[in-house]
Write a protein that binds this ligand. Structure first.
Ligand code: IVH
Length: 692
């Protein structure tokens, strides 16, 4: 039986077992990313432990799983003197291959190796972009966590570090009685984005003293140095271990481990997260290969790295080489090109989107950031532009990390020289001159010009012609710009009235290309109802909703005539979407566009309305990931949809099945985490056949 016994005494064995179970599952969840029990089950055990401890506070120990969050706000941090100084690493700023060559040559010289001696063995690790932390364990229990500070003395941030799920409070096996582990506390990019989103919401709701964070490193540093541990606990942090500090005993006065790599493996066994990207490299050529390979992966790692750290693997050789001032001779940081750069703002343009949304965009002096030359950076909306106070002529920090669109992070206010005014959103659309309005509760201004606005018309045509809509091959942005700007066409149906002659007379248009466009237009006339519907660009009607609408109503006229109430009967269509569809078809000129397109010859097969429930997989949501042995993902999607299932792009609690093929990645992990049924191609076929 759980909890206190009948006489009010606590079953100490049970208490210890409960804590051990929770430790084990927390390790599976946070460190190994492979939970073995559902979250609810974990919560139940956790609450049981909380109940016992609430009744018997004298039994609470600092390594209890309940003790991650807690503690009172501090007035300041106590200083911690590091028993073994926290060193820094010499930086190789040469981001090219020679960075690795230089290091290897220095190491060989230090070790007095002959030119024909075999390659030195190194460990290559990502250089995580966070902050270094020293974790002190006594008899396997976390007793103190400290920042690096100046390397000699740091700050005691134990309360905050405890809130990081990936940092073990208690170690597995029998670690040395005194053990200091060093590593990097960092924030994942998705956690950073979500945190800033929450911050923006708070600011929008008028919260005082809140701000958004400039980058994940600053957000992580801010969280670690947060005086109120309750606030720190809300900032999602992660951790990778990469080294040791003090350790006792020191095995006959010599190194405890033979190699750095062996030490990392042991840290993993004790319960620390060690990056799976750590590798062994022999000589400069393999260091270079590692640097290149990781560089290619850099954008998809999910967290920032700013380089690779090379370390001589043999601890004996490390000792032999020693240090220069604060830097070991056996390690170097080989950088990647920076993801943040300084540049100047040449102007602020307003872009008009398909739905009339006006977006301020900073035009920048070209700058090489995160591997590409950036000349534009979004300022999102008026509030963001004003909050950052970006002005023409300003020196700004531009950031481009991952495949995220470039952003102006902040202005260097003390470098402001010009007298440019603060940014203000224009009250008229810069393209068509119609009024620009901001609805209450919305962040965006919109041009009210609708299809009168050239910019919106261009975007509407491009949207209609895209591959996922009716697909007019070869009709790109440049051509649409020409057609609209030269008034060759005005509306979407005009596109289908274009003849060879009017196309061939355009600038830089060869006869062959003009003919290709004519053919592509002709070909696009045979389409499907979902593609046509999606192509119309009705607000909130994406591809999936268009498919549902087509399936439910069978015919376009059924949709055009449906009431809001009837529309909400369609799976996935809520009141907002229904209203948007109704508003669209209530506008005479939109109905006119549809009629004219039909008159131009656009056709699609129409069917009878389908009762969705009659389909065998109706109401089920599937996610397809990885490569299936004999079916393409599109084929699988079509078959599933034909059986009434919905196919979604990401795994959530609402997912019914995940179909996984070879090299399935994070979606499969997520499915396992959520306990969702997983099918292979055979299982999928069986389900489709059984349900046919
Ligand atoms: S080892 C003796 N390994 O870089 C070397 N440091 O400039 C001690 N860092 O303060 C550090 N990733 O915050 C090491 N894989 C890694 C690292 C790493 C990031 C940071 C760390 C340290 C700074 C050194």
């Amino acid at each position: 039986m759980a909890g206190p016994t009948a006489d009010g005494k606590v079953d100490m064995e049970h208490l210890a077992a409960l804590r051990a179970t929770l430790h084990q599952h927390a390790h599976q969840y946070y460190v190994l990313d492979a939970p073995q029990i559902p979250d609810a089950e974990y919560d139940k055990l956790f609450r049981e432990l909380q109940a016992i401890e609430a009744a018997h506070p004298e039994l609470i120990s600092s390594d209890s799983p309940t003790q991650r969050v807690g503690g009172k706000p501090l007035d300041g941090f106590a200083s911690v003197r590091h028993t073994v100084p926290m060193l820094s690493i010499r930086t190789e700023t040469d981001t090219e291959a020679s960075g690795a060559h230089n290091f290897d040559a220095r190491v060989r010289k230090e070790l007095a190796l002959a030119p024909d001696a075999p390659p030195v063995e190194y460990v290559a690790e990502p250089k995580f972009d966070g902050l270094a932390i020293n974790l002190r364990y006594e008899h396997g229990v976390l007793v103190q966590a400290a920042t690096r500070g100046d390397g000699e003395t740091g700050e005691d941030v134990t309360q905050n570090i405890r809130t990081i799920g990936q940092i073990p409070l208690k170690l597995n096996d029998a670690p040395p009685p005194l053990l200091e582990v060093r590593g990097e506390v960092y924030m994942r990019l998705d956690d950073f984005a979500a945190l800033n989103e929450r911050q923006r919401d708070k600011i929008a709701q008028g919260a005082k003293g809140e701000k958004t964070f400039v980058n994940p490193r600053n957000a992580a540093a801010g969280a670690v140095r947060q005086l109120d541990p309750a606030i720190a606990a809300q900032r999602p942090l992660s951790f990778f271990a990469y080294g040791l500090g003090d350790i006792t005993p020191k095995a006959n006065g010599g190194p405890v481990f033979k190699t750095h790599f062996e030490m990392l493996q042991t840290l993993k066994e004790w319960g620390f997260p060690v990056s799976a990207l750590v590798g062994i490299a022999g000589g400069a050529s393999e260091l270079i290969a590692y640097h290149e390979r990781l560089g290619k992966q850099r954008d998809s790692l999910g967290f920032d790295i700013d380089g690779v750290v090379y370390k001589v693997n043999s601890i004996a050789l490390q000792r032999q080489m020693g240090f220069v001032t604060r830097e070991p001779r056996w390690a170097v940081a080989h950088k990647y090109p920076a993801q943040e750069q300084l540049t100047t703002v040449l102007g602020i343009d307003i872009q008009v989107g398909r739905t009339g949304k006006l977006t301020p965009v900073a035009k920048l002096a070209p700058v090489f950031v995160g591997g590409v030359t950036v000349t534009n950076a979004t300022l999102h909306n008026e509030d963001e532009a004003r909050r950052k106070d970006v002005r023409v002529g300003d020196t700004v920090i531009v950031r481009r990390a991952g495949d995220v669109i470039p952003e102006v992070v902040s202005v260097l206010a003390d470098k402001r020289v010009g007298s440019a005014a603060a940014f203000a959103m224009p009250r008229v659309c810069p393209v068509c001159g119609s009024a620009a309005v901001r609805e209450e509760g919305e962040a965006d201004y919109r041009c009210t010009g609708g299809l009168f606005c050239g910019a919106q018309r261009k975007q509407a045509i491009l949207h209609f012609a895209q591959r996922r809509a009716v697909e007019v091959e070869g009709l790109g942005e440049k051509l649409v710009d020409q057609l609209i700007d030269n008034k060759v066409i005005k509306t979407l149906p005009d596109l289908y009235r274009l003849g060879f002659a009017s196309l061939a007379q355009l600038d830089r248009m060869a006869d062959k290309s003009a003919q290709n466009i004519v053919d592509a237009l002709q070909k696009s006339k045979q389409t499907t109802l979902p593609r046509f519907l999606f192509g119309l660009g009705i607000r909130h009607v994406g591809e999936a909703t268009a498919k549902e609408l087509a399936r439910h109503f069978g015919k376009l006229d059924g949709i055009i005539q449906a009431s809001e109430e009837q529309l909400t009967e369609v799976a996935d269509v809520g009141p907002i979407v229904a209203q948007s569809i109704r508003t669209f078809f209530d506008q005479p000129h939109n109905r006119e566009v549809v009629e004219q397109l039909r008159a131009c010859g656009l056709t699609w097969p129409e069917g009878e309305p389908t009762a969705v429930a009659a389909k065998p997989l109706a109401g089920k949501t599937f996610v397809i990931t990885g490569t299936l042995p004999t079916m393409s993902r599109d084929e699988a999607k079509d078959l599933l949809e034909a059986a009434g299932a919905k196919v979604a792009g990401s795994v959530s609690k609402k997912t019914s099945y995940v179909v996984a093929g070879a090299e399935a990645g994070s979606k499969l992990d997520k499915a396992q985490e959520l306990g969702i049924s997983i099918l292979d191609e055979v299982g999928l076929r069986e389900m489709l056949n059984g349900s046919a």
